[in-house]
Design a protein around this ligand. Structure first.
Ligand code: BES
Ligand code: ZN
Length: 850
């Protein structure tokens, strides 16, 4: 059957479902092309609902039989579900459907990956498994029986009886259907256990394909650390006797928090020093924490409807970022999160896809798992915590868990616990949830008679999503630094609530230098005209590590803009400041590595567009090359010594300390490669005994145009490891010179290992192309055309992944008329495909502004 025609769903139309689901029994008879699913569901009238229409969602299901209270019924079926006359009293619904897991390439519902059955039900995948009220406010207790000739048969909750070829599971916690999961396959377990603070012994298993047993230890440790941390910091204890994680190779997202049975993209859980980089390890630790933390923020307390997605995702991202800060370095995590926010969320918030953290309408909910809902959603929680203080935040969270356990909630419920605990009126603060767009905050200063005044003006650009934005509550952390570098006013939180507002600091003996928006205290764009000398002063003296980094970042941005737009030479103050920081052995190497990074080329393009220029991707690329070359020459004499200091004694550990050293070592190697023609990189490549060193050396060689032999060797060495071969695909495209990137990507799509139906491999190739800014934006439009070709091919097979990758075009209006025309043509070509999915149709039409 064809996909349903796109319709728009509105938050304001929310109505509770007419029935309550008292229990669900499911029986699966597994077969690759014809799995039978029998359901036995107890319904009773919902006293809270006015409308008692009996409608069950269902897509791509073959209905075999349907009964109410044991009698056959004849429901009216459409492409989206069925309706049927039903009693206005409790009744039992029984249905049998047939589905085709092996033919399910969309990876939503029940599908197969390497001979293993697995599910992905969030947001609306359960309706591809059986007829059901597939909405998060319908929560019920599930009992599952799996019949299948496979050694491992898993579902949610606690294990029940089992025998040869069958197993039963019972989940005592009421849950929405999106948290349902089933896994069946020839898997092996890496097992451990955890005793909760209340004394419950929990069996922990990480299930993987035979051969991957050696890549489980790190993920298991991360899980135990997460369980402990959630007890210690949030007072949250685990609530089942077992916690299972399964790794699958074909998965659209990173991972999924199904109750008691998390399913992970294998790239987000499997790790070993030989095959994974430090960055992989850090991401795995964070994502395991994230999915585990959902057990309370998402599962025990879930969302009333999908407009409330940020209720679980924003909060859980916030919680996992706190966890990473505690496990590793807080400043490094804050800086990394800000880089990520600016790279992914700012373009979204300031382009055609802008939407509020809590959207008010959608066509396809899968398109709203966005950086705005996730990362800006987490920033909003960080701001709330900053405004109310740590103690009130903790109290509000306790109240949230106590008041709403077992419920499906809204953002109103969330804000109410803060209002009740603090007595504060959060009406204005709530605009962070309802208005799209990144606020701009302009600052001016005034100094007179020992009094220093800062005046702030906020404005948010109007957009289709928010035509008339109002002033928001913006927490601005400020410190003042005296001329000798001492801090004269410690970090103070200013609350900006008006469009224009001034704050005064008196009793100062000399005009201070302000350090504004410390710790990136709000997700805004700060605009302040100041001198290079002052930025250089903050780069040398700011006691706030975030703003010290930010000073260097702003200097880099300014010098790169001057170089690109005005042909200026690299700014000496920037170079000297960065050289001093790089040499400063009192600073954490991870922090110094961040200091050495430049703003991304896409960020530079955005900044230039914002200031009324038309960005030229090649000119930006050239400016970055020149700046790096100049920096390399400046550091020439330091490089060997510094690199020696960054060498790490075996054994390899992916902790903050060692990975910080390798990170700075990698940044230095890439500078050195510009000077020695790749000699040191070749040596490091040959000697590397872990993937971090091997990959950083290989990337340097490829960038230097000297990677051919090493690339061949790398492929030979790792051709049996899918996750490492993903890296091999990705690094060739990412590190290709602009004029070769499209060719490199195209050649890789013709490689025998280019399995385009695997989302990881597809993203490693075409996603990497969109990450090579000057390459993707090649003047002849070949990058746009290649991406469009592949999105057109992918859409009928995997609409979710195709739609998500359309975001590469969201910045099209930034560029010159020629490129705009090429991108528009690519988008229109996609839009013109017959039977284009609802997912991609929505994305393309929003990007085109149609
Ligand atoms: N609930 C999501 C997974 C999900 C997203 C399912 C979209 C269906 C549609 C999960 O908790 C999640 O957020 N995963 C993130 C990683 C996380 C660390 C932010 C992911 O998969 O990228
Ligand atoms: Zn999540």
């Amino acid at each position: 059957m064809k996909d349903a025609a796109p319709t728009t769903v509105y938050l304001e139309d929310y109505k509770p479902f007419g029935y309550v689901v008292d229990s669900v029994h499911l029986t699966f008879d597994l077969a690759p092309n014809a799995t039978r699913v029998k359901s036995r569901i107890e319904f009773s009238p919902n006293p809270e609902a006015a409308d008692r229409r009996f409608w069950l969602d269902g897509e791509k299901l073959k209905l075999i039989s349907a009964k109410i209270d044991g009698k056959d019924v004849n429901p009216v079926c459409t492409a989206e579900g069925l309706s049927c006359d039903a009693p206005d009293a409790p009744f039992v619904w029984e249905a049998e459907v047939e589905i085709d897991p092996a033919g399910n390439t969309a990876l939503e519902g029940l599908y197969m990956s390497n001979g293993m059955y697995c599910t992905q039900c969030e947001a609306q995948g359960f309706r591809k498994i059986t007829y059901y009220p597939d909405r998060p406010d319908v929560m019920s207790v599930f009992t599952v029986r799996i019949n299948g000739d496979l050694p491992v048969l898993l579902s949610n909750g606690n294990p029940g009886k089992s025998g040869d070829g069958w197993a039963e599971w019972h989940d005592p916690w009421p849950k929405p259907a999106y948290l349902f999961a089933l896994v069946a396959g020839d898997l092996v377990a890496h097992s451990d256990s955890f005793t909760t603070i209340g004394g419950r012994d929990v069996a922990l298993n990480l299930y993987v394909r035979p051969g991957d047993e050696g890549k489980c230890a790190f993920g298991m440790e991360a899980l135990k650390k997460s369980m402990k941390w959630d007890e210690d910091v949030y007072g949250r204890e685990y609530d089942l006797d077992i916690f299972n994680i399964v790794a699958v190779d074909d998965f659209n997202m990173g991972a999924m928090e199904n109750k008691g049975l998390n399913i992970f993209n294998s790239s987000a859980v499997l790790a070993s020093p030989e095959t994974s980089t430090d960055m992989n390890f850090e991401r795995i630790e964070a994502i395991i924490a994230h999915e585990y933390f959902h057990n309370w923020t998402g599962n025990r307390i879930t969302c009333r409807d999908w407009f409330q997605l940020c209720l679980k995702e924003g909060l859980t991202v916030y919680r996992d970022s706190q966890f990473t800060s505690d496990m590793r370095s807080a400043p490094v995590k804050r800086i990394s999160d800000t880089i990520d926010l600016r790279a992914r969320q700012f373009p979204e918030d300031n382009g055609p896809l802008a939407h509020p953290v809590r959207p008010d309408s959608f066509q396809e909910i899968n398109n709203f798992y966005t950086a705005t809902v996730y990362e800006k959603g987490a920033e909003v929680i960080g701001m709330l915590k900053r405004l109310v203080g740590d103690a009130a935040y903790a109290e509000a969270l306790d109240l949230y868990f106590a008041r709403h356990d077992g419920q499906a909630c809204t953002i109103e419920d969330w804000l109410k616990v803060f209002e009740d605990v603090t007595g504060r009126d959060l009406t204005q603060f709530k605009r962070w949830y309802s208005q799209a767009g990144t606020p701009r905050v302009k600052v001016t200063e005034h100094w007179e008679n020992g009094t220093y005044r800062l005046t702030f003006t906020q404005s948010t650009p109007a957009s289709v999503a928010s035509p008339a934005p109002q002033p928001q509550v913006i927490p601005i952390a400020v410190g003042l630094i005296g001329p000798n570098g001492d801090e004269v006013v410690e970090t103070t939180l200013l609350e900006l609530t008006e469009e224009t507002q001034a704050f005064e600091f008196s009793g100062l003996s000399a005009k201070p230098v302000p350090s504004i928006l410390r710790g990136f205290s709000a997700p805004v764009i700060l605009e302040r005209e100041t001198t290079t000398a002052e930025r250089a002063f903050l780069l040398a003296h700011d006691t706030d590590p975030f703003n010290r980094w930010e000073a260097g970042r702003t200097l880099a941005l300014e010098t790169l803009n001057d170089m690109t737009l005005g042909g200026a030479a690299p700014n000496a103050a920037y170079l000297d400041g960065i050289v001093a920081v790089t040499r400063d052995s009192s600073l954490d190497p991870a922090y110094r590595a961040l200091m050495l990074g430049l703003p991304s080329q896409s960020e530079l393009a955005a900044a230039q567009a914002e200031s009324g220029h038309t960005p030229d991707p090649m000119a930006i690329w050239n400016a970055c090359e020149t700046l790096r070359q100049t920096l390399a020459e400046k550091l020439q004499d330091d490089l060997p010594g510094l690199m020696a200091e960054m060498r790490v004694e075996a054994p390899y550990r992916p902790d903050a300390e060692q990975s910080g050293k390798r990170s700075l070592g990698g940044a230095l190697l890439s500078l050195l490669t510009r000077l020695d023609g790749g000699e040191e990189a070749a040596r490091q490549y040959a000697e590397a005994d872990n993937m971090t060193l091997q990959l950083s050396a290989l990337s340097c060689l490829v960038r230097a145009g000297k990677g051919e032999d090493a690339l061949r060797q790398f492929y030979e060495q790792w051709q049996g490891d899918r996750l490492v071969i993903d890296k091999w695909f990705m690094l060739q495209v990412l590190n290709a010179a602009p004029d070769r990137a499209v060719g490199a990507a195209k050649a890789l799509t013709e490689h025998k290992d280019f399995n385009w139906k695997n989302p990881n491999r597809f993203r490693a190739t075409l996603g990497a192309l969109t990450g090579n800014h000057a390459g993707f934006h090649a003047a002849d439009g070949a990058g746009y055309a290649l991406l469009a070709d592949w999105l057109i091919k992918l859409d009928p097979v995997n609409p979710q992944t195709a739609a998500r990758m359309c975001t590469a075009f969201q910045t099209w209006k930034r560029y010159d008329a020629e490129r705009q025309g090429q991108m528009r043509a690519a988008l229109e070509r996609i839009a013109a495909q017959p039977d284009l999915s609802r997912d991609t149709t929505e994305m393309v039409s929003r990007i085109l502004g149609a």
